[in-house]
Ligand binder design. Structure first.
Ligand SMILES: [Mn+2]
Length: 300
């Protein structure tokens, strides 16, 4: 009400501000408005990766739309959720990126088991393996059992960059070199991080060597599946190469949940254990398209 329309009142003595009852506060937060949103898809498990929060290419609006539209028992964050590499170089953190983090924490609070398997771009989180932050478990990797009893090894996949790069000579020298390469890769990239050098991006490398890209993707897939076999599981879920896929590789189910930079895809498990790749690029509408041009410049 405008003050000048108020009748003249005698000056009142200064009173302490009354406490506002929480119920009287307006429902102004994003979280409160979320309560009205009814999830349309009930799933047992959801896997997302390669969100790259902190980069202009991150399709945060599309991801928010997806997260609001699904309800699941377990949500896996399969690495490269926050792009620490990029943030270190240039700070980019719009409100939508905050909203994604809030949404994930909210899901954890509301009973979804949220498991975060860090990737190379959020390797800072690898220092906190075994800890729980706001209901989010941080683990190196995880064995997930589907409703129909299949065991799936969940890992980001960056460990296999080196295997793919060195595939030819590794095939010649054998297992010990393979194991060594896996270990060295992680250290090399930690050093590169400390020296403020960019991560060696397999994706950029692939795009550079377009003619051989198909073969490199396939090498990556085979390397990951081979490791899954060695671990005695039925299949593997990974991300990292921004290429959603679900296929059988020599008897191992290879699943890649894609990314939220270019393809806007997630891997989901239905109540009966059926696995499916959801392509959200068509469903997110406006939200999904506004930064597609930027998306193409972001690396794996
Ligand atoms: Mn990655």
């Amino acid at each position: 009400m405008r003050r000048d329309l108020l009748p003249e009142l005698p000056e009142l003595p200064q009173m302490p501000q009354p406490l506002v009852h929480p119920c009287a506060l307006p429902p102004a937060t994003a979280e409160a408005s979320d309560d009205d949103h009814q999830p349309v898809l009930k799933l047992r498990t959801v896997w997302i990766s390669d969100v790259h929060l902190g980069t202009p290419g991150c399709q945060a609006d599309a991801l928010l739309h997806f997260l609001r539209s699904v309800q699941c028992e377990t949500l896996f964050l399969v690495g490269d959720i926050i792009d620490g590499w990029q943030l270190r170089r240039q700070w980019h953190w719009p409100q939508a990126h905050n909203d994604v983090v809030q949404k994930l924490l909210r899901k954890a609070r509301k009973g979804t088991r949220v498991i975060f398997v860090p990737g190379n771009h959020d390797e800072f989180a690898r220092k906190y393996l075994g800890h729980n932050f706001g209901g989010v478990d941080v683990v190196e990797d995880h064995i997930h059992t589907t409703a129909d009893g299949r065991k799936l090894w969940v890992t980001h996949g960056d460990l296999f960059d080196s295997v793919v790069q060195c595939a030819r000579w590794l095939a010649l020298v054998g297992d010990w070199a393979y194991e060594l390469t896996l270990k060295v890769n992680q250290h090399v990239n930690s050093w590169r991080a400390r020296l403020n050098l960019p991560y060696f991006s397999l994706s950029s490398y692939l795009k550079f060597k377009v003619k051989r890209a198909v073969s490199y993707i396939s090498d990556f897939e085979v390397a990951v599946a081979q490791e899954a076999r060695a671990r005695g599981v039925h299949g593997v879920v990974c991300g990292h190469i921004h290429h959603a896929e679900m296929r059988n590789i020599n008897g191992i189910l290879y699943c890649n949940d894609g990314d939220w930079v270019e393809s806007l895809t997630a891997l989901v498990e239905h109540a009966d254990g059926r696995l499916e790749i959801l392509d959200w690029s068509g469903r997110a509408g406006q939200a999904a398209t506004h930064s597609m041009a930027l998306a193409r410049s972001v690396a794996t």
